[in-house]
Write a protein that binds this ligand. Structure first.
Ligand SMILES: [Zn+2]
Length: 283
């Protein structure tokens, strides 16, 4: 009986609110430009999306990239040259077939140096991504080197072009994708030549945070979840919310498990609803 009395009180308290609730608001938010392609993740554990399509645009020396990053790449290379350096594109877009060939070559090289079977494949994959797991297949990655030193090794970081690129690439929407201290997270060795386009806004945020792409995406996901929770808590209550609340109370009353805990949770729901009404300035 005490539950019935409490319920009646709550209903009495909230009854007037149902009349005050405005009809469900019509969502009219403008559809924001979809920039999610910029953050498409491809790594040893995440292969290129099956529906990924790329429109290629020719850039220097017969190289091709996704047309959406072509002008920023051209701007970056021009600025690097204006600063007195000589950057060269060593690698750009790769098809699945090309990636397959590169990977097979690296596995063979590993086998020649003593690795066998799976070990050779795993070792090769830390240097050349497995087919389907290379960012080059997106068309959003380029390997850039200094004309004076075109070897892909650690020494690349000491070349003038590379020093400039590491400092300024973010201004053009590119990040050094595989930093020295992030191999555990990226699954790829330090590559002071591989740049990935993520758009200027993301590149700036990544540069400032010191995160690698995987960590940045994780942080974005968490921030979105928190924002969604917050939005749910403060969104103006609708008739549907009110119905849901009533249904919960009804279900509770019909239940033969009317525990103290269940009642507490229901009251919390009711209080939350009232708080949302108050926040929405419903009198
Ligand atoms: Zn690369």
């Amino acid at each position: 009986m005490r539950y019935i009395r409490k319920f009646s009180l709550l209903i009495g308290l909230t009854f007037c609110l149902s009349a005050c609730l405005s009809p469900m608001a019509v969502e009219t938010a403008a559809i924001a430009e979809d920039n999610s392609w910029q953050l498409t993740l491809v790594n040893p554990w995440t292969t290129i999306p099956e529906d990924w399509t790329v429109t290629l645009e020719k850039t220097e020396n017969g190289h091709q990239v996704d047309q959406r990053c072509a002008s920023d790449l051209a701007d970056m290379l021009a600025a690097c040259r204006d600063a007195g350096h000589s950057p060269v594109i060593r690698s750009s877009y790769r098809s699945q077939t090309t990636q397959q060939q590169l990977y097979a070559n690296k596995v063979a090289q590993m086998e020649r140096s003593g690795y066998q079977g799976q070990a050779a494949q795993d070792r090769a994959a830390t240097i050349v991504a497995r087919p389907g797991a290379s960012e080059h297949q997106l068309g959003l990655a380029v390997d850039l080197v200094d004309r004076s030193y075109q070897v892909l090794d650690k020494k690349q970081e000491t070349t003038p072009a590379q020093i400039w690129l590491m400092e300024h690439s973010w201004e053009y929407g590119f990040i050094l994708r595989y930093p020295a201290d992030k191999s555990e997270v990226t699954g790829i060795i330090y590559e002071p030549w591989h740049y990935r386009y993520v758009g200027k806004e993301n590149a700036k945020a990544i540069q400032e945070s010191g995160l690698c792409l995987e960590e940045y995406l994780e942080q974005l996901t968490q921030a979105e979840a928190a924002a969604q929770t917050s939005a749910n808590l403060t969104a103006q209550p609708t008739q549907e919310d009110w119905q849901n609340l009533l249904n919960r109370f009804y279900t509770f009353l019909c239940s033969d498990q009317q525990t103290e805990q269940a009642w507490k949770e229901l009251l919390e729901q009711g209080k939350l609803f009232l708080d949302r009404c108050a926040l929405s300035q419903i009198p």
